[in-house]
Structures are given as C-alpha cells and as structure tokens.
Design a protein around this ligand. Sequence first.
Ligand code: BTN
Length: 333
Amino acid sequence: MAPRVSLKADILRKLRNTKVHISGQELCDDLGVSRTAVWKVIKQLEEEGYDIEAVTNKGYLLLGYPEILSGSELMSRMNTIWAGRKVYFHKETESTNEDAKYLAEEGMDHGSLVVSDCQTEGKGRRGRTWQSPAGEGIYFTLLLRPRFSPDKASMLTLLMAVSVAEVISGLHPELDVKIKWPNDVLVNGHKVCGILTEMSAEPDYIQYVVVGVGINANQTFFPDEIKDIATSLRIEKGEKVDRPALILGIMEYFEYYYGIFEEHLDMSAFVDIYDRYLINRDREVRVLDPLGEYGGIAEGINDRGELIIKLKDGSYCTVASGEVSVRGVYGYV
Ligand code: BTN
C-alpha cells in the first residue's frame, strides 16, 4: 500500500500530542495503516533528526525534534481550520507565488499553502527580486478564493502584514515590530518581511488571490544591495528563531482576521491595530506619485486601507497605493 501523503504528519501529530508512549498498534488502528507503514515513517522521522524512543510492549515516545522546515512538520503542528491545512512543501523552487498560481489553475482549495526552504527566482514587488537563501528565510504563499469583489483584494495584503507583525511580536516580545505602509514589516527600522499579492480576476469576480510572504528569519548576512535596508529576526534577537512556529502562528492569525474581514469587507476592524504598528504614523512622509512628489504627515489608515496624509495647508488626502518614503526610515523606492 502506498503511504498516504499526510501519514507522516498524522503520526507526528499523534506523537506530539501525548506525553506517554503510544503503541504501534494504536497508531495502525487510528490511522488505518499497516504496522510496516508506521515503522517506515518512524524510521524516516528518525533520519530527519526526530528523537523517538521505541520501547518493546510500550511503543513510541517523541523525546525531541529538530528545527526543521518540512511539510509534515508544518501539517503536524497546524491548528487552523482552512489556512495552511494543505501544505505543498519544496526543498527548492523558483517562486512559491508561481507554484501557488499553478495550483490555483489546477483547482486547489482555498487555504492551500506553498512553502519552500529556498527560492531560485523569488519575486519582490515592482519587478524586484527577493533574496531567498536555503535554510535561513521563510518563503510561503497562501492561495485564497475570496467570495468578495476584486476591489477589496488589496486589503488582504494589509491583513497579512498585521498577522505577521502580531506573530513576530507575540513570539519575540523584545523586538520593536512596525509596519511601513502598506505592507513591509520592519524590526528596529529595518525590513524583515515583504509581501507580494497577486490576483487573477474578472471585473466583478475573483478567481483567486495568492499572498506571498518572505521573512528574513535566520539570515546572518545580506548582499551589498540590501544590507542597509534589511535585517533578520536572528540578527535583531541574537539567536536563531523557529521558522515553523512563525508560519503556524501567521496561518492562525490570518485565518482569524480573514473571518472578521469577510464580515465587514473593509479595514474598519483593523484600523486601530494596524495604526499601532504603523511606523509612518505622525511622521513626515513623501509620496512618490507619478504626477509629482509631495509631502505631509501620515495620520493612519482609513477603512479602505489607504494612508491618510495631512498636507502642509491643513487639508487631507489619501494614498491608495504606490511608494511612500518615510524620513528616518530606509529611503529606497
Ligand atoms: C517585496 O518586494 O517586499 C515583496 C517580497 C515578497 C517575497 C515573497 S517570498 C515568498 C513569495 N514568493 C515569491 O516569489 N515572492 C514572495
């Protein structure tokens, strides 16, 4: 019998959820597979670095696990209802956004998650590339099939930015986490996370949206082009961070926030929390508008996720998209 794709994740989840030995027979009965299939998975897990004690007549006990990013590690720890319940994991891929778009065209479900340990052609916004070295960063894309109209989709990026900010702050409370409007997440004023959202839609109907997230987790070095603007959680914290824990946390937050967003179809429920993270708030910003550059003081976002700016003459304007540079924060465009 061919092993089920998620059998490894199922066994790992069962081992994680108990503090006593679990017998091979119990695993077979619960999961509906043979003793050999269970034994094979246990061997694979041991080879991957999981420390599993096997005691005759008692069974298996998970004593320790490695910091490993894999599909079964993620699925065995995922506690969400739909976000990331199905994980497509790659050791290496060109771009998880491209993979997710392919899966979307193939009809994969809302909430499917593509994760890779490394990207050879990671994509940033505005045609830039996203440095994606193996074993260090986090690169994932969440496939969504929203039931709302395409004009709301840009707000999903802001929801993801708040989810990332909340999870980094929750797991690493000593870090000063901020959001640079609309969706860069910064730590100590340097970029740790970028988000690239892409959509396939008709004028009034979304086929799918893919939200791609890159997080500088455990990098210790950045190439010259980005070393002044980028940092990693490891550099700021002084120790390695648990990549799966961050991905799992982000899935939980995003799923929760998405449910709220679907009720309101705007950012009204998130304005306060978003503004608390907003590095631009009460600071001078320059808006690099194609029709001309102008400046003002950013006051926060409105219900549509636009940046509210108070101009020098006391009037207000809003910025829907485009580049905003913030004095005192990295000044790239
Ligand atoms: C930015 O320019 O700030 C956005 C960067 C987005 C990078 C992520 S990494 C995972 C996903 N796959 C990609 O090719 N890009 C996004």
